[in-house]
Design a protein around this ligand. Sequence first.
Ligand code: V47
Length: 372
Amino acid sequence: MTPHFDDPKLRPIADKVTAEQRLSFDDGLALYRSHDLLGLGYLANIVRERLHGDTTYYNVNRHINPTNVCVAACKLCAFGRQKRHPAAYQMSLEDVWKRAGEGYTEAVSEFHIVGGLHPELDFEWYCQMIAGLKERFPKVHIKALTMVEVGYLARRGKLTIEECLRRMKESGVDSLPGGGAEIFSERVRRIICDHKIDGNEWIDTARIAHKLGLKSNATMLYGHVETEEDRVDHLVRLRELQDETGGFQTFIPLAFHPENTPMHHLRTTTGFDDLKNIAVSRLMLDNFPHIKSYWVMMTPKIAQVAQRFGADDLDGTVVEEKIYHDAGATVEQTLHRESLLRLIREAGRTPVERDTLYRPVVRDETSFTVLV
Ligand code: V47
């Protein structure tokens, strides 16, 4: 049966999607400009089901943010603090190791570790933190430090990016999270994060990580001052790098949360735009295995609906989230496994617990085994 599209511009794109052809920059623009959300979702769902059938992935993870002290002062951020700010904090190594083991009764399979660009914590401190975690929790995958943190630590430690990543890997880092990519457009970065590495440096760092055998994720921050062209450009640049390295696992579109940031005058994104970003990224990123609807950022309800609009992953239990909660998120801090399972099942999907590398996990209440 030929589907009906409210937006006739989706018809030629639908032909490409069914023929498994790559979509162009202009196709990406047409998708973003379309209001036919059901049409977009229908097409993205074809790709999603082609890749993953009915499976929706989730994991049992714990976020750890060792410090919120940050020299970057990005306008997009409500989390970073100057060192002397009363709400600034910096965990000791013992704090990090202790925090890693508390707060959730089930064994976690992943630590997700990111923080501010602290002017005094040096690279050795980070290597010790990682090595100490690996020693104490040898089965847990360590997904740590964004490309932005890697760039900053390399510069402060007078190391090349490659040396820095090699040392991180030797210390126990297993993969890198996708944060800090924001939007690659120089014009936009000057406004929202002008002291951070630029888009090319983010891409170059990811390329080196992938060549060293470290997988990573990628994100895109949308819903601030970017244009539709900026969004498509961001996706196309990620797709090009993925063609080259194959090192990306998951793409996570992140909706800008303006509260408590210097850009608090901007409005929050709508559910329509959030679902559209999931669908367009699934359609444009034909070489990315996974698209994640991160429930903390989208709310559990929209993240659940997104499982029918192109997403195949919900992220995990999280346990303690600071970046979005500092920026006004009102969702819970943790979703227990039972809640994740319910969201997935009521969307008509089959839940599969995964480790960070998307290998299935079987567990009892206190331990887990990765099925290779
Ligand atoms: O890098 C910061 C973004 C990112 C705000 O790799 C903001 O699996 C919205 O990258 N409004 C951190 N976004 C989160 C992140 C992430 C989350 C979940 C899973 C993974 C993964 C990665 O959050 C930052 C920045 O891009 N961010 N402030 C804000 N006010």
